[in-house]
Design a protein around this ligand. Sequence first.
Ligand code: CMP
Length: 160
Amino acid sequence: MTDELSCVIVKPDGVGKAVVGKIFARLEAEGFRLTAARMVRPTPELLGGFYAEHKGKPFYEGLLKFISSGPIVVTAWRGADVIRKIRALIGSTNPAEAAAGTFRAQWGTDNRRNLIHASDSPASGLRETSFFFAPEELAPYDPMLWSRPEYAPPTPALKS
Ligand code: CMP
């Protein structure tokens, strides 16, 4: 299976509850590759573009207000079947209905304060990732990257 990209956003409640590291650790443990990451305080106008498909829905204004209420951590993760697998890890939109052990079941509060967003299809993954990141900001996936000479630890200075 070819790699997909999932855009994962830790919402203001996740940042406030200090679970960003726990979420990253779990996604890394699953074998997904962190491909881009940034902490931002988005405006409702910016988020209107991101959540355009929900415009007109009863929860839309509240959604924009909540996600712009504090810093969020925007990320992109790469891997085989990463869309489906991360959706399974985050759980249902409503944390009360999310399966035990999922991020939302553990740390979510309600439909709005539901901790985290993850892309729901490969096409959304590409669209959402490119909404926040330019192509040159995405780390190339290369398992040998850190063994290249340019990433070798600095050689200690020789004693005279
Ligand atoms: P997210 O995965 O970010 O995608 C769209 C968001 O809309 C969703 O998570 C929820 O936070 C929000 N949402 C969906 N349904 C409702 C609802 N019934 N009430 C409030 N917010 C909702």
